[in-house]
Design a protein around this ligand. Structure first.
Ligand SMILES: *[C@@H]1O[C@H](CO)[C@@H](O)[C@H](O)[C@H]1NC(C)=O
Ligand SMILES: *[C@@H]1O[C@H](CO)[C@@H](O)[C@H](O)[C@H]1NC(C)=O
Ligand SMILES: *[C@@H]1O[C@H](CO)[C@@H](O)[C@H](O)[C@H]1NC(C)=O
Ligand SMILES: *[C@@H]1O[C@H](CO)[C@@H](O)[C@H](O)[C@H]1NC(C)=O
Ligand SMILES: *[C@@H]1O[C@H](CO)[C@@H](O)[C@H](O)[C@H]1NC(C)=O
Length: 509
């Protein structure tokens, strides 16, 4: 965890004027011998480090997962960072500097707002059905399995086909969603304990999908303690994912009428995904046809096999599917998932900005309440977090025109979602109060954004001196208002009737 701690910024050491005497010469000699010793040890240890990197930083290794690999071994391959949201929770690393999240002196976090995806789960019914159909064809007696696919002779799907746990949280293995959610609750409590009211129940929110409600409940066990419901420490509010709620929702994709029906709405992403699937899976299909004689792979078959690597890992801790594909093939899969998000509810979708504005605007409004020192936790789907990214424009492409090609992979893109919306992926806004001086009791407020514990720069906002990636609350609120004007009114954009709700009303303690 690298969330802001209540520590002061490192101060430059005061440097006393050096005395030119023998002590200095002796110290210098000592320094050089220390340097030689360090250098020697480094070269002796290098082969050991290389071996270590090979064994622990290959995707599912412990160190690679907790994020040590990228700092210690910069070039290590980490498969979890290429699973396009089908993998376990990971800290954001791309473009993140983990040493800069400390708070200046006399500053403390006084409000927290989280928007989180549900924890690790089994595939949805539609993806799972696709997997089972493929497995049945592959394990048919008229198909000869060899080479990279010979493991299939003795492999069984990771949930019982006659009673599959599709859509449910995983509850076994090192990446069990149930444990991850509780663990996250515990970890956040350590950071934000001072914001939890002892006098009244703290509300928290979930959309109505069972996997989100389950996640919220497990999170609650960790954050509020397992007795939260009976003890009255907290109250979970479930917001139904029904179209009739208009803008008063956590899941705007369900209520934005035009988004659900227009070809450039929700389905836009799936069309773009399919175009790229047909390109990148072709050579893979040709290669794997030699390992499954008698089988003809469609682009969806290849995609399904790659999905199973992530999903089996979530249920069992590891998957033989992960070794079937090369690093380049994983990069292509990652890009497929990025394309889907970009055009389904991201910067490439013209409805996304107005959708993401709803939660952001409700959140900035809560930040105006200076007497409220509270936590606000909401649980949703990846398709509800990605629009918020689009509204904030944090990972937009550099050009004004928001486009990604589907005929080839854009390698130098900024839009990478594998470490933004993995299972359990979360955005956290902190409101921070800083005392302005000893004599006055007035405070100035700032805002910071964390994505999966990585401190993010908010683009297009004036920075604050000596306070990394923080912005003034007033600047943040002006910025959100300008985003709202730019993307337009939700009801208009979505073609909702005039009497439909125009904003979120339930989000308050
Ligand atoms: C990371 O943050 C520290 C502390 O603010 C700063 O000194 C350092 O230059 C930063 N490094 C990068 C690569 O931004
Ligand atoms: C899925 O989760 C629901 C709700 O927790 C539970 O009732 C059901 O038994 C689970 N199904 C499987 C197959 O685990
Ligand atoms: C193998 O068997 C399956 C199911 O019986 C059938 O759909 C498929 O066409 C067969 N493939 C070949 C190459 O005969
Ligand atoms: C500010 O927050 C406090 C504590 O959550 C709440 O009691 C109060 O009603 C809020 N004030 C406004 C104006 O919303
Ligand atoms: C945005 O928040 C303001 C209060 O800050 C409120 O008046 C307005 O109705 C909100 N709009 C939406 C769409 O949430």
């Amino acid at each position: 965890m690298s969330l802001g701690k209540n520590t002061s910024l490192p101060m430059p050491p005061s440097s006393p004027r050096p005395k030119r005497n023998r002590t200095v010469t002796w110290m210098m000699q000592r320094k050089s011998s220390v340097l030689i010793f360090v250098l020697l040890s480094f070269f002796l240890l290098l082969p050991l480090l290389r071996t270590l990197r090979a064994s622990v930083c290959t995707g599912s290794g412990f160190l690679s997962v907790i994020g040590i690999c990228p700092t210690v071994f910069t070039n290590a391959w980490r498969l979890f960072y290429h699973l396009g949201g089908n993998g376990p929770w990971i800290p954001k690393i791309d473009g993140i500097n983990y040493s800069d999240a400390s708070l200046p002196e006399h500053c403390s976090v006084d409000q927290v707002h989280m928007l989180s995806r549900h924890a690790e789960r089994y595939p949805t019914k539609s993806a799972g059905g696709r997997h089972l159909d493929l497995i049945e064809r592959l394990q048919n007696s008229n198909v000869t399995l060899t080479g990279s696919l010979s493991f299939l002779e003795a492999w069984a799907y990771f949930t019982e086909p006659s009673d599959p746990a599709f859509e449910n949280l995983t509850a076994s293995g090192p990446y069990a969603g149930t444990h991850q959610a509780t663990h996250t609750g515990k970890a956040l409590r350590q950071h934000y304990d001072h914001l939890v009211s002892k006098a009244r129940p703290t509300k928290f929110w979930s959309c109505s999908a069972s996997r989100d409600v389950q996640t919220a409940r497990y999170f609650g066990d960790g954050f509020f303690g397992p007795e939260w419901e009976v003890s009255g420490a907290a109250e979970l509010v479930v917001i139904p994912e029904v179209a009739s709620r208009g803008a008063d929702t956590l899941t705007p994709g369900d209520t934005c009428s035009k988004y659900r029906t227009a070809p450039t709405g929700h389905d836009y992403g799936y069309g773009k995904l399919e175009q790229w699937q047909k390109v990148f899976t072709k050579p893979i299909g040709q290669r794997l046809a030699q390992d499954a004689i008698g089988m003809e792979f469609s682009h969806l078959d290849i995609y399904s096999m790659m999905e199973m690597c992530g999903f089996e890992t979530l249920a069992r801790g590891a998957s033989p599917w992960c070794d079937v594909f090369t690093q380049e093939e994983w990069l292509h899969f990652e890009y497929a998932r990025d394309l889907l998000h970009f055009y389904r509810a991201g910067p490439g979708n013209s409805y996304a900005g107005a959708m993401g504005f709803l939660w952001l605007n409700a959140t900035q409004d809560l930040m105006s309440n200076k007497t409220s020192k509270d936590v606000y936790f909401s649980f949703v789907h990846d398709g509800d977090i990605v629009p918020v990214m689009a509204t904030l424009q944090v990972l937009n492409e550099r050009l004004i025109l928001q486009e990604l090609p589907t005929g080839h992979m854009k390698e130098d893109r900024r839009w990478r979602t594998s470490d933004v919306v993995p299972m359990g992926g979360r955005l956290i806004f902190e409101r921070i109060a800083c005392e302005q001086g000893i004599k006055t009791s007035s405070k100035e407020h700032f805002v910071r954004l964390f994505i999966n514990d990585g401190l993010m720069k908010l683009p297009g906002l004036p920075s604050v001196q000596h306070f990394e990636h923080a912005v003034r609350l007033t600047d943040f609120q002006k910025f959100i208002a300008s985003r709202g004007e730019f993307f337009g009114d939700f009801r208009e954009v979505c073609s909702l009737p005039e009497d439909a709700a125009d904003r979120i009303t339930f989000l308050h303690q």
